[in-house]
Design a protein around this ligand. Structure first.
Ligand SMILES: Cc1cc2nc3c(=O)[nH]c(=O)nc-3n(C[C@H](O)[C@H](O)[C@H](O)COP(=O)(O)OP(=O)(O)OC[C@H]3O[C@@H](n4cnc5c(N)ncnc54)[C@H](O)[C@@H]3O)c2cc1C
Length: 422
């Protein structure tokens, strides 16, 4: 059977796969992108219906194309993001083959490079780039109750309030997904309980600049590693309803019940850690620290941006914070469903090369794997805070494409004896 050959094979046709295709084309590196579904599939079918970007359109994009017909300060709806990426792929003429699933990548037994087995036959490539996403497999923690009476879904499978049964809902996880879904459910008239763990919550905007701008000028986006105490802290932001600062206390004053971190579910009872006030306080500290850094930046650079003292107002603690609920009888509270906004894990079972550490995580430096010829792109903190985001992945892709181009130069080197041969 004929084998398709190329220099670099990219697995995944999301923003990461498209970005690296652009940079490889600039280097004239022959390559193919394989995508098992459609271009930018996850933006189409693995996000809830009302999702808009967390960053404004001027920020959450590639450098070479703006969102046509969208106010730069608006937040692109998820379908617009998918359409944007499809248009971008067309604009750069990316060699993407959709509907092709990569089943196995292994070293070629007889020569350099890799054999790539797919649903559409085998490929041979000198290099492979794993661009299968920062958020691959939805994770529901093992504490989830084994209770058939409750509907339990992961945020990746949540679409809209109508999907949930009548009754109250418990949302676990207060990163951007959890808090946005909880807010939407409350606005749809549902009784909502929200389990809040450690989080950062930057202001949506401060002194007429969006937080994306602030993170940029303050060097936070390009920070090369999470601060030691912030390694697993999720960020709670929202572009919904034109964009607003996530304020857990304000949600509670509107009727939502805040809870601490979910700890266990037993015989119909849910138990929560007594950490709610502490989690909110640390979120406040992160929020106020950004305001202080922004003020200092404005002063140092003599910027003419109006002061905003009201941004420092933090609403009083609602009762669910001062008298936290540590145990909730789910049936008595009328909870009929749980939405787990508890994050994702990676699945590289198809990548059968020794490129992983003992915990199964990719071993790499800025995406260049310890296994020659293997690259990772789009992972959280691949090289900096922005690595898993739309704007940031483009820059990591450029670095990896440069690396590939340089390696091709080494491979093409011939010594004097070889050059003398006809
Ligand atoms: C709810 C949510 C909201 C987000 N909002 C924003 C935002 O506002 N702004 C922002 O910048 N970022 C946002 N992100 C983060 C990030 O931009 C997205 O996760 C984005 O989808 C990552 O793009 P990617 O190309 O790296 O991976 P993905 O979009 O996950 O693309 C990987 C592709 O690989 C394909 N694939 C996987 N396995 C195989 C295989 N074996 N063979 C072939 N193809 C395969 C998949 O079908 C998929 O299309 C958000 C993430 C989530 C979960």
């Amino acid at each position: 059977m004929a084998i398709d050959k190329t220099d670099t094979l990219i697995i995944g046709g999301g923003q990461a796969g498209i970005a690296i295709s652009e940079h490889l084309s600039r280097h004239d590196v022959p390559h193919i992108v394989l995508e098992r579904h459609r271009i930018a599939e996850r933006w189409r079918s693995q996000r809830w219906d009302s999702l808009v970007c967390n960053g404004p359109a001027w920020h959450d994009r590639f450098p070479g194309l703006e969102f046509a017909g969208l106010d730069p300060d608006a937040f692109a709806p998820k379908e617009r993001v998918a359409d944007y990426l499809a248009a971008y792929a067309q604009k750069i003429n990316a060699p993407i083959r959709t509907g092709v699933e990569v089943l196995k990548v292994s070293r070629h037994p007889d020569r350099s490079g890799f054999i790539v087995e797919t649903s559409a036959g085998a490929f041979q490539a000198e290099r492979v780039v794993a661009a299968t996403g920062p958020f691959q497999q939805p994770v529901i923690p093992a504490i989830a109750p084994k209770d058939d009476a409750l509907l339990q879904i992961h945020s990746a499978h949540y679409r809209a309030p109508e999907q949930l049964p009548e009754g109250a809902v418990l949302v676990v996880g207060a990163g951007s997904s959890g808090v946005q879904i909880a807010d939407e459910l409350q606005r749809a008239g549902k009784r909502v309980y929200l389990s809040v763990g450690a989080h950062n919550r930057p202001p949506r905007a401060y002194r007429q600049r969006d937080f994306c701008w602030w993170l940029g000028v303050l060097g936070e986006w390009t920070a090369s590693a999470p601060k030691p105490d912030a390694a697993h802290v999720t960020i709670a932001v929202s572009g919904a309803r034109g964009g607003h600062t996530v304020d857990f206390r304000a949600l509670a004053h509107e009727g939502l019940t805040l809870l601490g971190s979910a700890q266990a579910f037993e015989r119909g009872m849910a138990r929560f850690a007594p950490d709610l006030a502490d989690n909110l306080a640390r979120g406040d500290a992160n929020y106020l620290a950004l305001l202080a850094a922004a003020d200092a930046y404005i002063q140092r650079n003599r910027l003419d941006l109006p002061e905003e003292p009201a941004a420092r107002h933090i609403p009083p603690d609602p009762e669910c914070v001062t008298r936290p609920i540590l145990e909730l009888d789910l049936a008595a509270a009328g909870v009929a469903s749980i939405v787990w906004a508890t994050g994702y894990a990676a699945d590289y079972s198809w990548l059968q090369v020794p490129a992983f550490n003992e915990q199964g995580q990719p071993q790499h430096q800025r995406g260049v794997s310890s296994e020659p010829g293997v690259y990772f792109l789009g992972l959280p903190w691949l090289s900096h805070r922005g690595s898993s985001f739309l704007w940031g992945v483009w820059h990591d892709a450029r670095f990896i494409a440069d690396h590939i181009a340089t390696q091709r130069q080494y491979a093409a080197y011939r010594d004097a004896g070889q050059r003398a041969q006809p």
